[in-house]
Design a protein. Structure first.
Lengths: 117, 80
């Protein structure tokens, strides 16, 4: 098998949520990647961001594999789930929350804000 | 950079009945909000619907005429 495809398969098997995007979690280099990071921050599950901005062959392998030409690309539990255009409506209908709970086996733990009095 | 008529034509090459609304997000004609209405979306998942549109835009995304798309797909109400 294609080594890039193997690398992708390993990444999506090792992490329940993988975002392939431009830039890293702490330094996103694309508005849509940032939007996706902020999107998942709200759910309180760990997720991995893989920077493929400079890796053209890997971007092509991903596009080929998903029939989806744009970044970011999100995989949940090994399954391609598109981007926030897909995940947004899934979150609105509650489908995404169910999928995440099933994948992780527990509810998300969103960061709570501590109020100082 | 691409004009809205060419972008619409590309989408209609895959979805001949499509009604396409295009909004230029950045004023540079390469980042778009695109809404596509088509009967062909009926019975398909959201991912499959987007894959149909992206299939038509593959070339334009690859050669850089289109940089980014925020996509919305809708089924005309009477066939829902």
């Amino acid at each position: 098998m294609d080594p890039l495809r193997e690398e992708i398969d390993r990444e999506i098997a090792a992490n329940k949520i993988v975002v392939y995007g431009k830039g890293t979690k702490s330094m996103p280099r694309c508005g849509f990647t940032l939007e996706t990071i902020e999107f998942f921050d709200r759910f309180g599950y760990p997720f991995e961001v893989v920077d493929v901005l400079e890796n053209v062959p890997k971007r092509e392998a991903l596009a080929e594999m998903t029939n989806w030409p744009t970044l970011p690309k999100v995989f949940i539990d090994g399954k391609f789930c598109g981007d926030t255009d897909i995940l947004g409506p899934m979150a609105q209908s509650g489908e995404l929350q169910t999928l995440l709970e099933q994948s992780f086996g527990h509810a998300g733990q969103p960061k709570t804000t501590i109020e100082l009095h | 950079m691409i004009d809205t008529a060419s972008l619409t034509d590309l989408i209609r090459s895959a979805l001949p009945d499509a009604r396409v609304e295009i909004e230029d997000r950045t004023g540079t004609m390469d980042h778009f909000n695109v809404t596509v209405h088509s009967k062909s979306f009926a019975g398909k998942t959201l991912i499959e619907q987007h894959q149909l549109v992206y299939g038509a835009l593959k070339g334009a995304l690859k050669d850089g005429r289109v940089h980014a798309v925020e996509l919305k797909t809708l089924i005309p109400e009477k066939v829902q």
